[in-house]
Design a protein around this ligand. Structure first.
Ligand code: HEM
Length: 217
C-alpha cells in the first residue's frame, strides 16, 4: 500500500517561487556560517584521534522541486573544514537539505569526496527548534552507499545528525557516523560537533530573483 496519490505525474500548481518563505524548519539554516570550535573524533590505526577544527558552511535556497505531486523546498550546501595545524582540507561535503511542507519530511543528502553518499531522513514541524535525521547502510530509501574500499575497510553502518537552533540565532550540530573498521571487534563512533554563527545572508533562489527583477510578486 502507498501513501501517495494514484496520479504520480501531475505536479502542484501555484507553487510559491520564493523558497526562503517555504523552508519550514530549514529557514534557520539559510545563509553563510562559520564555526571555530569544532571537535572531531576519527579512526586511526592506533585508536581514536581527537582533532579540533574550524569550518564554513554555505546554505543557499534552490528553486522548488516537484517529484510529480511531491513538492520539496530546499537549500544547497557546502561544508568546508580545516584545522589550525595544516592548510589541506580536513573535510569537504556537499548536498541538499530538503523540506516537504505537506508531510514534515526533512532530508539531507550527503556527498563526501571519499567516495560516499547518503540520504538521511527525519520529520519536523515548521517551527521546530531541533532536527534529527538518520540514514542506514543497506536501506534503499534513506541509505548509505560507499566505495568498495570503504565497504571493506571502514564499513559505514549508520549516520545520524542532530541540529539544535540556539536562542542567539546560532545553531549546533552533532554528527555520528558508525564505522566498522577492519580488524576491530567493536563499532567506531566517528563524531563531529560544532556551533555555527552567521556571517552572511543567503542569496535568494534563482526563480525568486527573476520574479523580483520582473517586478511581479
Ligand atoms: C565535520 C565533519 C567531519 C570531519 C571533520 C571528518 C573528518 C575525518 C577524518 C580526519 C578522518 C580520518 C581520515 C584519515 O585517516 O585518512 C575521517 C574518516 C572517515 N570519515 Fe569523516 N569527517 C566528518 C564527517 C563525516 C561524515 C558526515 C561521514 C559520512 C557520512 C564521514 C565518513 C568517514 C569515513 C567513512 C571515514 C573512514 C575512512 C578513512 O579513514 O579513510 N565523515 N573523517
Amino acid at each position: 500500500m502507498s501513501d501517495f496519490p494514484d496520479d504520480i505525474f501531475t505536479e502542484p500548481e501555484d507553487v510559491d517561487p520564493d523558497a526562503l518563505s517555504n523552508l519550514g524548519p530549514l529557514r534557520r539554516l539559510a545563509g553563510v556560517w562559520e564555526g571555530q570550535r569544532g571537535v572531531d573524533i576519527n579512526p586511526k590505526a592506533d585508536g581514536p584521534e581527537q582533532r579540533e577544527y574550524f569550518e564554513r558552511i554555505e546554505f543557499h535556497p534552490i528553486d522548488p522541486q516537484a517529484n510529480g505531486p511531491q513538492l520539496l523546498y530546499g537549500l544547497r550546501y557546502h561544508v568546508h573544514v580545516n584545522t589550525r595545524e595544516e592548510d589541506a582540507t580536513f573535510h569537504d561535503q556537499v548536498g541538499y537539505w530538503l523540506w516537504e511542507p505537506a508531510t514534515g519530511l526533512v532530508l539531507q543528502t550527503i556527498a563526501i569526496p571519499r567516495g560516499q553518499v547518503a540520504i538521511a531522513a527525519g520529520h519536523a514541524d515548521a517551527d521546530a527548534r531541533s532536527l534529527v535525521l538518520t540514514a542506514e547502510r543497506g536501506q534503499t530509501e534513506y541509505g548509505i552507499c560507499s566505495t568498495t574500499f570503504l565497504e571493506q575497510a571502514f564499513r559505514t553502518d549508520s549516520y545520524r545528525i542532530e541540529v539544535i537552533f540556539n536562542d542567539d540565532g546560532s545553531w549546533s550540530y552533532v554528527s555520528d557516523v558508525t564505522l566498522m573498521v577492519r580488524g576491530q571487534a567493536e563499532p567506531f563512533l566517528h563524531r563531529d560537533r560544532n556551533t555555527l554563527f552567521k556571517v552572511a545572508e543567503p542569496e535568494p533562489n534563482p526563480l525568486a530573483q527573476i520574479v523580483a527583477a520582473s517586478g511581479a510578486n
